[in-house]
Design a protein around this ligand. Sequence first.
Ligand SMILES: *[C@@H]1O[C@H](CO)[C@@H](O)[C@H](O)[C@H]1NC(C)=O
Length: 963
Amino acid sequence: MAAVVEVVARRRRYRMGLMLVFLGLFMGNALAVDRSNFKTCDESSFCKRQRSLRPGLSPYRALLDSLQLGPDGLTVQLVHEVTKVVLVLELQGLQKNMTRFRLDELQPLHPRYRVSDVLVADPAPARLSVSGRDDNSVELTVAEGPYKIILTAKPFRLDLLEGRSLLLSVNARGLLEFEHQRHRRVPFSDKVSLTLGSMWDKIKNIFSRQGARDPAEVDGAQPEAAAGDGDKPEEPTEREEPGAWEETFKTHSDSKPYGPTSVGLDFSLPGMEHVYGIPEHADSLRLKVTEGGEPYRLYNLDVFQYELDNPMALYGSVPVLLAHSPHRDLGIFWLNAAETWVDISSNTAGKTLFGKMLDYLQGSGETPQTDVRWMSESGIIDVFLLLGPSVFDVFRQYTSLTGTQALPPLFSLGYHQSRWNYRDEADVLQVDQGFDDHNFPCDVIWLDIEHADGKRYFTWDPSRFPQPHSMLQHLASKRRKLVAIVDPHIKVDSGYRVHEELRNQGLYVKTRDGSDYEGWCWPGSAGYPDFINPATRAWWASMFSFDNYEGSAPNLFIWNDMNEPSVFNGPEVTMLKDAQHYGGWEHRDVHNIYGFYVHMATAEGLIQRSGGVERPFVLSRAFFAGSQRFGAVWTGDNTAEWDHLKISIPMCLSMGLVGLSFCGADVGGFFKNPDPELLVRWYQMGAFQPFFRAHAHLDTVRREPWLLPAQHQEVIREALGQRYSLLPYWYTLFYRAHIEGVPVMRPLWVQYPQDVTTFSIDDQFLLGDALLVHPVSDAGAHGVQVYLPGSGEVWYNIQSYQKHHGPQTLYLPVTLSSIPVFQRGGTVVPRWMRVRRSSDCMKDDPITLFVALSPQGMAQGELFLDDGHSFNYQTRQEFLLRRFSFSQNTLVSSSADLRGHFETPVWIERVVIMGAEKPATVVLQVPGSPESHLSFQHNTETSTLVVRKPGVSVASDWSIQLR
Ligand SMILES: *[C@@H]1O[C@H](CO)[C@@H](O)[C@H](O)[C@H]1NC(C)=O
């Protein structure tokens, strides 16, 4: 009843057309998240059940007699000593130092969901062979790797070793818990208390369900005799914990036709004290121990005004955890798309450094160890162990499974101007003109939900955007783009073609009784396309063709918001778990991958509309493992507060660690109004984060850069200038991420794995291996403490060229005008030195190379160039990958990939060498031409040499010698 009242009240508000009132209600009484809208582990019945299991001897035993070894790996049965339920373990050695294992029921009553479309290919197996055996264990050797796996039968566990050192153990704490599917048995006394209504519901349910799964959950139904399972005993005492067969949260009830189906397992990591990953959480980069608190939760949710420094779920989920020690890195990829919780414990947690030292001195300390426990509501256990040994190996291993970051079109690395909402075409054109009038570069203007006709996506509001095509053409003439929002909630309206087609073709998510699921969202009552269905995705992709999406043009790109999916009147603001998807799967099984599929289908649509030629740009709020293949993500609806500015660093770093390099946070903060100082600091931060977009809530004051006081405008102009100037470096970093799977924005520990000081740094980061950024994120800051890592390393301040030695903590005074950024000695960074209206206006500009010499007088760097927008770099090898290396007083330019060729007018305009002595002469050598002398200038105070106009094409081989 309460739910109904709520909906009716909302409907009325909506009818008054006052979305503001609706939002105001939320905003008025909450300055931060209303936690009671979201479950704690105790309120999520499976999490509570899993977590109530304590470490101890595992009741599972491997039946070694059942062990079978084939070319693809090993299978063995595990039996639960009490319930006698049998599981099957499939264990594979994989190439590149990976191992995969899967656990499923031998005879499930219904098939369990296995995630598809996340892996880019079937991973190549490496042969496993038995290298030792006794009564209770089998030792397996993985071909092509230094690893052994020991499978212990009773109690069941797996140990992975390299030589004699133990890397990781599975089920060492006995927390494997696999809730097998069962028939519901209701004790007589409970039966009596079943209401007629709920009985009728169940009966209806049974007769109406279709799909792959059978409706065997009828009360008191006879269990079918499971074939070949003659000795299956009577099921022991039914789990009768509340929530096992149905669950309510607030006013929402979740019928659980398949009963309890959760899975859980523990991993022990000896020698590991630092773990990272499992985004998305608004929390520190280094994961915290969760004992005594809430586990980290992975469940894609639209969390209104999220709170910082806690493990609550947010919009996206990547179930990948990285463990780091000075000697080794490992990854655990838990491939499950259901609601998941992760517990982290450590045997050194809470011990002071002094305590640890005492242990060490007395020889009494245990080896440090971290234990990680994963718990998911349904599906199977499917785990990839990524065995490193270095973190770069882990990056390559993970992205070999799930794909690398899509190579962004160059424009999307520029600056994006968004707000909810630019009112109409005139407003868009004025904002566009504002950038030119005030001399700020900008590549993209964004339109939020108000641009569409009554939130009917793929349409335009006829009075405010009557001529989208000419607006897009105008932007194209300025070499700018437009991004429009297309959300996956579709207004239920028989006059709306998108809705009609989805409904008629049966492509919507269904309720458990088979009718189209409807939820409440921006347009009012809305249907949700079933993106799990390949036919829905194909249909959705076709909607982006220029014919189907009226008013669209090649410079229109797309933003997928609300794709967790957000359902205003649903449990935890999302979809009912018992909603039905294609293939008979419940929403419970696929929740965390829904947004991934929306993103996938949209990116595919943009590729198709150009006949496969143009690279897409799609921003998504929800994500899963593999989403990096489809475009960019951002940290959702943040707030204009200093702490939100700070948290953008660990949030984007965490995403980068698990493949999602194209990450950003709303510059300025989405909710509330930033003061000019905060806004300026945010631009300075955003200019050095991968996805750089200013965005703001409908209720905020306008904040285009030229609306600020003049002195603040100047600082923002400077920050934008730095961004545009470094675009060749950004683009090259993204090419590396795309080719190799290495993150663009990196925590310091990734480059300095043995320097423990770096392991918990949240307030600075690296871009590639060349630039170190320490943003300013405190009001009224007069200085910052910058940690410059690396013994034997030198760092040059990119503005003053002043040189500093690592490792050291440096106090640097700061003014409002800039943030500290350093270039590492030993690197070459390419830049464009003239900032123009947009990246497209700059792409043929000459390059200046910034060479920062190491103490040994060496440096290396590279530059990737192509047309900036098509797949021709891939399909026709139309690209340049140039390597620049400096040693023995000579800078050499050569091709780093001879397959690539690309016609370009880009030439080298200048070379700035930091850390150079003054030469007598500077000579340019180009094969086949006579030597020529170049003019130069040397600054003795900063040891900086500026070599003028080499004038050579970027595509050619040359060298510059300092004599
Ligand atoms: C696999 O591990 C070995 C030893 O730890 C290492 O030398 C090798 O580079 C790794 N290979 C890959 C592909 O990660």
